[in-house]
Design a protein around this ligand. Structure first.
Ligand SMILES: [Fe+2]
Ligand SMILES: [Fe+2]
Length: 267
């Protein structure tokens, strides 16, 4: 595989290796001189032609001396503060669609006068999706926020993964009709999801997690405007923001926050 020499005018990025990796050309705004290669993580490319990314990128690096793998700040992303807060991740890393979805869920919970713990759980319920991983997002999200929230909040976020597939008519929750479009008519979640649902239903915190699904907006309102600021009070009271910043507090999940700060690091 060869990599053409001319940088593209429209973008500082060029795809390489079936779109598996990306070359960032050294423009004026680059913090480092050499061409930088971005190789997407395996979890994002397994099962697709892009999975050959690492190999293609290494080959390209060999062919063009002076090309290095992306490490540290990617100039295409806003720079994070040295001590990032939860709000910094919402503002500087997560996409507008996901942020709006979580904020709308939290607003709905608040409008219903639900406990602040539930409002926080709704605010954070899909946090893994825009920053980390979609697959098993409830589990990833729960782990990510675990050290900083009440145990009940993390539990509820984890269990919403399973509960959203199962109706509970006693509280007015039906199987989301959007899921028929998302997953097909006959989709049946895997066995572990069935087991998780059954266990969660018997748990004393069941309703906390069920309330996440009840306030989960499967139809998103694209015109809704909700600012993170609206929940600054709830976050201040119920999210234990570490003084050193998320990613730098030495917690067992600090690396997960660092991965969202520097998602393109080669290693
Ligand atoms: Fe979710
Ligand atoms: Fe959601």
């Amino acid at each position: 595989m060869t990599v053409p020499d001319e940088p593209q005018a429209a973008s500082s990025f060029r795809a390489i290796g079936e779109g598996a990796g990306w070359v960032r050309e050294p423009l004026d705004d680059a913090v480092r001189g050499p061409r930088q290669l971005i190789v997407p993580p395996a979890a994002a490319t397994l099962g697709t032609p892009a999975h050959s990314g690492a190999k293609a990128a290494q080959q390209a690096a060999k062919e063009q001396p002076g090309t290095v793998f992306m490490m540290g700040d990617n100039p295409a992303l806003p720079k994070m503060p040295d001590r990032p807060t939860l709000e910094d991740f919402f503002r500087l890393r997560f996409d507008d669609f996901s942020v709006s979805h979580m904020l709308q869920s939290a607003r709905l919970a608040r409008q219903k006068g639900l406990d602040e713990k539930v409002v926080l759980a709704c605010l954070l319920h899909d946090i893994a999706v825009p920053g980390l991983l979609r697959s098993d997002h409830g589990y990833w999200g729960a782990q990510l926020v675990g050290p900083y929230v009440d145990e009940e909040v993390a539990w509820a976020i984890e269990k919403h993964e399973a509960l959203r597939y199962f109706a509970d008519e006693s509280v007015g929750y039906s199987y989301p009709k959007e899921y028929i479009a998302f997953f097909g008519e006959d989709y049946d979640p895997p066995e572990y999801i069935h087991r998780e649902h059954e266990a969660a239903r018997k748990h004393r915190w069941y309703m906390t997690s069920r309330l996440i699904t009840l306030n989960d907006m499967y139809s998103f309102d694209p015109d809704a405007r909700v600012d993170f600021e609206e929940f600054a009070d709830v976050v201040g009271r119920h999210f234990r923001q570490p003084e050193e910043g998320l990613g730098f507090d030495g917690s067992p999940v600090a690396h997960m926050w660092r991965t969202m700060i520097w998602p393109n690091n080669f290693l």
